[in-house]
Design a protein around this ligand. Structure first.
Ligand SMILES: *[C@@H]1O[C@H](CO)[C@@H](O)[C@H](O)[C@H]1NC(C)=O
Ligand SMILES: *[C@@H]1O[C@H](CO)[C@@H](O)[C@H](O)[C@H]1NC(C)=O
Ligand SMILES: *[C@@H]1O[C@H](CO)[C@@H](O)[C@H](O)[C@H]1NC(C)=O
Ligand SMILES: *[C@@H]1O[C@H](CO)[C@@H](O)[C@H](O)[C@H]1NC(C)=O
Ligand SMILES: *[C@@H]1O[C@H](CO)[C@@H](O)[C@H](O)[C@H]1NC(C)=O
Ligand SMILES: *[C@@H]1O[C@H](CO)[C@@H](O)[C@H](O)[C@H]1NC(C)=O
Ligand SMILES: *[C@@H]1O[C@H](CO)[C@@H](O)[C@H](O)[C@H]1NC(C)=O
Ligand SMILES: *[C@@H]1O[C@H](CO)[C@@H](O)[C@H](O)[C@H]1NC(C)=O
Length: 527
């Protein structure tokens, strides 16, 4: 076994060399990794970086893509994630990375010898230069691209950009009768990377012709996120006494399986008294996506096999599933605030009282909680998207009654994969379609060329569809939407189910109650 793995490492090292020597002649079946590493199966390691994966549309979640023929796209609500950032200080994220870097530095300072050999010889010239928390320029570019995509896919149709118009123009911001609409308002939290992501996203959305600032085109509501503050876009910090740790526990349980082979293999390329640990190896895994986001490549990427990358993604999936998703006793609670805000926007009502993560000072004020906008955008975090999926009860992403298991040898088959759910720049779009009575959702067109105006048509029904990273999500498990077709649910039916979603989230009990959990749960609430 050990020998096989060593030869795998040798093979990887060999392929790096080949990749460097002949970068253009690699087989089309193999997707090159950031360092030129290729895997014979065609495996693309960037799809196994979980929430650190670069943005890519999701392949599909089991319902067809496309736009319903004859319907009007009448409203769009975008819940967006920030993009590429430096590691956070959290132990299983940046903590292990920083510890490894410091340990290596300490070792070099106290030993007059080269540290790494063979595949790790790059460590002799390596320096740790990353910071913490900040949005990177690659992240700024991801956000601007995403804003531009939302303009192209949705904004043009909603604002009925006429022929020849390339980008947003304030003259488009009018009601059907020609009267000016108020300046559009968008929302973000005040954490630096979130606020900057919002600005970059808006810059892309508004076209920013000539690269001039687009500030004058919009207002931005900046809400404070922090421990004890109510904030639907950072609701983990509102849920102060709740259990948000089951995922960390599962992730830690999985570390021996994740690192077993690599620890043996990589120890051989370091001095014996370096005492490489499992946590060091976790740090070495994470350095690959973080350095890739920072430099565009990383020597750590080629150290691991395809199976190990799949297991790395599982290690992070475990944490998110158990901290913020269906496996968390507070999963539904963390997402319910945004769901209630979505419902309030759909009903055209502001929120005056709340017993969830909503801040009623913000949601009762027209300047900070506008209604009747064609397009909303809320800039937030990956974990909020996971919490919202749980609060909606989207069964497609539910692994089962006991949560995701941490005590397994390798990643299990599952639909919950963060590279598809929350890559950098992820977005959950709630689309509202106004449809004539006889609409069949069996025929879906690829592109919405002309957005019909059905505002004065009789007998129309509004439908809501959730599209996550470009792929519609099945609504199985969503209360009220039992009759949905291809992910389209009548808005009145959705709104009827919302009170049930709120009861299931059990916000006050989950976040402030006295309960104990014995590992992950099955349905995103205390058991
Ligand atoms: C590095 O050395 C410093 C000073 O001796 C020590 O405090 C620190 O714990 C060491 N760090 C690691 C990760 O070993
Ligand atoms: C480090 O080792 C090299 C040879 O291995 C030697 O020439 C040098 O003097 C050593 N430096 C110190 C500070 O011990
Ligand atoms: C145009 O429509 C908007 C929204 O329905 C309304 O508030 C406004 O009063 C209308 N303006 C005129 C001139 O009818
Ligand atoms: C961009 O800014 C420059 C300098 O302020 C100005 O001359 C130019 O007209 C602006 N372009 C647009 C499209 O606003
Ligand atoms: C609610 O928002 C207001 C305005 O931003 C802020 O001053 C207040 O501290 C927030 N309250 C809570 C409980 O988060
Ligand atoms: C590795 O462990 C040995 C034995 O406990 C210890 O003497 C040595 O300092 C350790 N090395 C590092 C880099 O911590
Ligand atoms: C914050 O949330 C709590 C519910 O947990 C609620 O009682 C309180 O009124 C909220 N504060 C604001 C300003 O919305
Ligand atoms: C929580 O419940 C446990 C077990 O029932 C009990 O011992 C403890 O006193 C309770 N704590 C609070 C703050 O109510």
């Amino acid at each position: 076994m050990h020998q096989v793995l060593q030869s795998t490492a040798a093979l990887l090292a060999f392929q790096v060399v080949v990749g460097d020597a002949a970068p253009t002649s690699s087989s089309s079946a193999s997707a090159p990794g950031p360092t030129g590493t290729t895997y014979p199966s065609g495996f693309d390691m960037t799809t196994s970086w979980a929430n650190l994966s670069p943005y890519k549309d999701a392949g599909g979640f089991g319902v067809p893509k496309g736009v319903p023929r004859g319907c009007e796209l009448s409203q769009v609500h975008v819940l967006h994630r920030h993009a590429q950032r430096y590691p956070t200080s959290w132990l299983l994220d940046g903590g292990v990375v920083e510890d490894f870097a410091e340990k290596l530095k300490n070792y070099s300072n106290t030993h007059n010898t080269t540290v790494g050999q063979g595949p790790l010889s790059f460590l002799n010239n390596w320096e740790y230069l990353l910071g913490e928390d900040l949005l990177l320029v690659s992240g700024a570019a991801t956000e601007a691209t995403s804003g531009a995509n939302i303009w192209s896919n949705y904004g043009r149709a909603l604002y009925r950009a006429p022929a020849g118009v390339a980008s947003w123009d304030s003259s488009l911001n009018v009601y059907p009768n020609g009267t000016d609409r108020p300046t559009p308002i968008f929302r973000t939290t005040d954490q630096a990377r979130i606020l900057e992501s919002a600005r970059w996203w808006l810059s892309g959305y508004f076209g920013n012709t000539g690269a001039n600032s687009s500030y004058s085109q919009y207002d931005l509501v900046i809400t404070h996120e922090g421990q004890g503050f109510n904030n639907t876009l950072a609701a983990d910090a509102s849920c102060v006494d709740g259990d948000l740790e089951e995922g960390d526990n599962s992730g830690k349980e999985f570390i021996p399986s994740l690192t077993k082979d690599a620890l043996k293999r990589l120890s051989g390329s370091l001095p014996a008294d370096f005492n490489l640990t499992a946590y060091d190896v976790v740090g070495m895994f994470s350095l690959c996506p973080y350095e890739y986001a920072t430099y565009g490549s990383s020597s750590f990427c080629s150290l691991f096999t395809e199976q190990e990358w799949r297991d790395f993604q599982y290690f992070v999936d475990l944490q998110f599933y158990g901290n913020y998703g269906f496996g968390s006793p507070t999963g539904r609670a963390q997402g319910i605030g945004y769901v209630l805000e979505l419902a309030a926007r759909l009903e055209g009502k502001r929120i005056e009282t709340s017993d969830t993560s909503i801040n009623t000072t913000i949601d009762s004020n027209p300047a900070t909680f506008p209604l009747h906008q064609p397009l909303y955008m809320d800039m937030s975090h990956d974990n909020i998207i996971i919490g919202v999926a749980a609060a909606l009860g989207l069964e497609y992403f539910n692994y089962g009654p006991n949560g995701l298991p941490g005590t397994v040898d390798h990643a299990v088959d599952r639909t919950f994969k963060l590279n598809e759910l929350t890559p950098f720049g992820a977005h959950l779009v709630s689309e509202i379609w106004t449809c004539p009575q006889d609409t069949s959702f069996d025929v879906l067109d690829e592109t919405l060329y002309k957005n019909p105006d059905l505002s004065s048509a009789k007998d129309t029904t509004d439908y809501i569809r959730f599209v996550l990273n470009g792929a519609p999500v099945p609504q199985d498990g969503l209360d009220g939407c039992e009759d949905s077709v291809h992910g389209f649910c009548a808005v009145p039916a959705f709104l009827e189910g919302v009170p049930t979603l709120k009861v299931k989230a059990a916000y006050q009990y989950a976040c402030f109650g006295n309960y104990t959990s014995d590992g992950q749960v099955g349905d995103g609430r205390p058991e």
